[in-house]
Design a protein around this ligand. Structure first.
Ligand code: HPA
Ligand code: ZN
Length: 336
């Protein structure tokens, strides 16, 4: 890829659809929050923290990610973390984001439910006002916990339902199939929320089938292992299901051994509606811009393919049709 393609990518209007806001907490900010909240850190320096980010699978990462979230104590912390993310998104040409948060990570360590959600909603408002970035909030259930806990979380969210765009499903995938969460997803749908679920990151194609058929999701997060099942690929293509793919995450968590082996290009060739996202950028070494540029370089993506990824990020978003049309027109104007 040429440098001009890199500039082209960074200026291209784009949306991020797969971003865990707790995964945007940079080590510098972790120390800052730890200091102002009087929390002892198990690390002595930013360098030491970064050195600990060597993962061989999803669980390795999750263990350190849940520990890192412990410094988040009040609304201001959540607001500031979100704003730091939105500034990075803005610098990479991002104009819209649908961000995940994990309320159970915070309520299980004793924070009131309101702290994370009110702080994040405030940060989203600031981003709209100061950066012109629109955003939506998706509440994820931790799949290593039981469905009762997810149901209690949905109940706790009742007063905020109009401020959520949807629910999602994340954390340790293998051994925790989507079928475990059928009741809570049905309840969320009845409350007018959109549905998404991580599936096929480490888990088998069967988990993607379950997310589609049992949870009736609107979007699949990751979906890499769907490629092992031709009938599933056909189903995803025919239904124009959006996949929120995360190349640098896949590299760091050893879902792929090299970006050159990443299935992003194959997904586009098959007609799958793939998007390019950062997942947990503070832990995986790059925000959305770097996910685009490094993937484009490794797979020698054409400008047309890069534009398709950006367009998919809007057609796959939960924005209304009119806004999607406006963003698509902006991409066409930019690319012309
Ligand atoms: N996969 C599953 N759960 C997660 C992830 C992920 O990549 N990031 C944060 N929670
Ligand atoms: Zn994720």
């Amino acid at each position: 890829m040429t440098d001009t393609n890199e500039d082209f990518i960074l200026g291209l209007p784009k949306a991020e659809l797969h971003l865990h806001i707790e995964g945007s907490l940079e080590p510098e900010q972790m120390f800052e929050f730890g200091r102002r909240n009087g929390i002892d850190m198990p690390f002595n320096s930013v360098e030491e923290v970064r050195a600990a980010y060597a993962f061989s699978n999803l669980q390795d990462f999750l263990d350190i990610y849940y520990q890192g979230a412990g410094v988040l104590q009040n609304e201001q912390d959540f607001h500031d973390m979100a704003m730091a993310y939105f500034r990075r998104l803005h610098a990479d040409g991002g104009v819209h984001a649908e961000i995940f948060f994990d309320p159970q990570t915070h309520t299980d360590r004793g924070l009131p439910f309101s702290i994370a959600i009110d702080g994040l909603l405030a940060g989203m408002k600031t981003a709209e006002r100061e950066l012109g970035i629109s955003s939506g909030l998706i509440m994820c259930f931790l799949r290593h916990l039981d469905e009762d806990s997810a149901m209690q979380t949905l109940k706790a969210a009742e007063p905020w339902l109009e401020h959520l765009v949807g629910v999602g499903l994340d954390s340790s995938e293998v051994g925790h199939p989507p079928s475990k969460f059928q009741k809570v997803f049905k309840a969320a749908k009845e409350r007018g929320l959109t549905l998404s679920a991580h599936a096929g990151e480490e888990g088998p194609p069967e988990y993607v089938w379950e997310a589609l058929d049992l949870l009736k999701v609107d979007r699949i997060d990751h979906g890499n292992r769907a490629l092992e099942d031709p009938a599933l690929v056909q189903r995803l293509v025919a239904s124009e299901m959006t996949l929120t793919v995360c190349p640098l995450s896949n590299l760091k968590l050893c879902v792929v051994n090299d970006l050159k082996d990443h299935p992003m290009k194959r997904m586009l060739d098959l007609g799958l509606k793939a998007t390019c996202n950062s997942d947990d950028p503070a832990y995986f070494g790059g925000y959305i811009g770097e996910n685009f540029t490094r993937t484009a370089r490794a797979l020698d993506l054409s400008r047309a393919e890069i534009v398709t990824l950006a367009k998919n990020s809007f057609t796959g978003s939960f924005l209304d049709e009119e806004r999607v049309a406006r963003h698509l027109a902006a991409i066409d104007a930019y690319a012309a």
